[in-house]
Design a protein around this ligand. Structure first.
Ligand SMILES: Nc1ncnc2c1ncn2[C@@H]1O[C@H](COP(=O)(O)OP(=O)(O)OP(=O)(O)O)[C@@H](O)[C@H]1O
Ligand SMILES: [Mg+2]
Length: 360
């Protein structure tokens, strides 16, 4: 899986940029504000239909312009056969996504271009609310289980219905039974898929973390969103009065979480900044490694400011891991020297200088 050519138009200060990346390691270096993160943002738009920096498309589109566009020649199965994938977004919110000459939807886009981002927001996997951790788990399940997206949509619908019944206060018991049954059926399947995925992920994570960070024992554990000693049926019945008072469903997969412990303590409280960076990076790299094992396809990694927070030894081990992996990586840094000496002579690597919205 790699991108052979990338074209970006009207994304922030990138007016019109084209590049031919290496299939393996790509380093984008340049001064603050030159547009490095914007290149990663453009790739993210192409893979997921949205930016990782803003929800408002107005901020992403170049000032004084009405739309933006990102397109790439991609080889999804590494078969040597490249097809054109493109996305165009307009200020008004209209978007158009195309692959090999056909219109496609968002989930097809995400399937075609499996992306992983490692940036300052990735610390949220340890420090943030449970939501980014649920998204993290669901990225993996989405790519591992073809039935996941249907199941997830069914669950969302059942949750929404149940919550709107709770909000209106007066509930017909037959309606409640119907939606509770829908909710439980989807919740149990979704939870089984998530739990199974985390079991597969654990050994990948442990191996990768051991190669990036020595001397700290980190464990991950899945929390499904309700007390597993009880059936979800019983939990919903017990918490019904409380749900009714609050107007929403308090237990279920919408409350699932991933616990990360370092030497037996909450990792967010225990670890240093650099150690946290290596742990969240190992979480992301483990997903890519498992994805490759399950599908024989590699991920594309977008790594913003790789050297920041890392000493030279840990920066080297991180680069060694990337060099040994199958992933195509787009890595940014301010000074080229910070990421020059880490690579072996046979590493396929391209350096790009980003300067005031141009990429050379
Ligand atoms: N909508 C927009 N239209 C035009 N330019 C924009 C827009 N939004 C942001 N910019 C400018 O585009 C540039 C984007 O920079 P970007 O964040 O990609 O820089 P960077 O190279 O990653 O810098 P740093 O090293 O500080 O992280 C900035 O100079 C910013 O002022
Ligand atoms: Mg940046």
């Amino acid at each position: 899986m790699s991108i052979a050519r990338l074209d970006i138009q009207h994304i922030r200060n990138l007016h019109a940029v084209s590049l031919t990346p290496s299939p393996h390691i790509n380093i984008l270096h340049g001064a603050n504000g030159s547009g490095k993160t914007s290149v990663l943002e453009a790739l993210h738009l192409l893979g997921l239909g949205r930016s990782f920096r803003t929800r408002n498309i107005r901020h992403l589109i170049e000032h004084q312009t009405g739309h933006c566009m990102v397109a790439a020649d991609i080889d999804t199965l590494s078969s040597g056969n490249h097809q054109r994938l493109g996305i165009q977004k307009a200020l008004g919110g209209d978007s158009l996504m195309r692959y090999a000459g056909n219109n496609i939807d968002l989930s097809t886009l995400a399937e075609l271009l499996p992306l992983q981002v490692i940036n300052a927001d990735t610390f949220d996997l340890l420090e943030g609310s449970p939501q980014p951790r649920r998204q993290y788990i669901d990225w993996g399940v989405f790519h591992a289980e073809s039935s996941f997206i249907q199941l997830w949509r069914g669950f969302k619908r059942a949750l929404k219905q149940r919550n709107s019944l709770l909000k209106c206060g007066k509930i017909d018991p037959r309606m409640r039974e119907v939606w509770d049954r829908e909710f439980i059926r989807h919740a149990e399947q979704l939870t089984n898929q998530r739990a199974h995925y985390i079991e597969l992920l654990k050994p990948e994570f442990e191996t990768i973390l051991a190669s990036l960070l020595e001397g700290v024992r980190v464990e991950i554990g899945f929390r499904p969103g309700w007390d597993q000693k009880k059936s979800l049926d019983a939990v919903l019945a017990e918490s019904f009065e409380r749900d009714l008072r609050q107007g929403f469903t308090g237990y279920g997969p919408q409350r699932a979480d991933l616990k990360v412990k370092a030497d037996g303590h909450n990792a967010a409280e225990r670890l240093s900044r650099g150690q946290k960076k290596l742990v969240v990076s190992a979480l992301k790299l483990a997903q890519g490694s498992l994805f490759h094992r399950l599908s024989q396809r590699a991920c594309i990694y977008l790594i913003d400011d790789l050297p920041s927070e890392l000493d030279s030894h840990h920066c080297q081990t991180f680069c060694d891991f990337l060099a040994a992996s199958n992933n195509q990586c787009f890595i940014t840094c301010v000074d080229r020297e910070a990421l020059t000496g880490q690579w072996q002579p046979d590493t396929e690597i391209s350096f790009f200088t980003v300067d005031n919205g141009t990429v050379e």
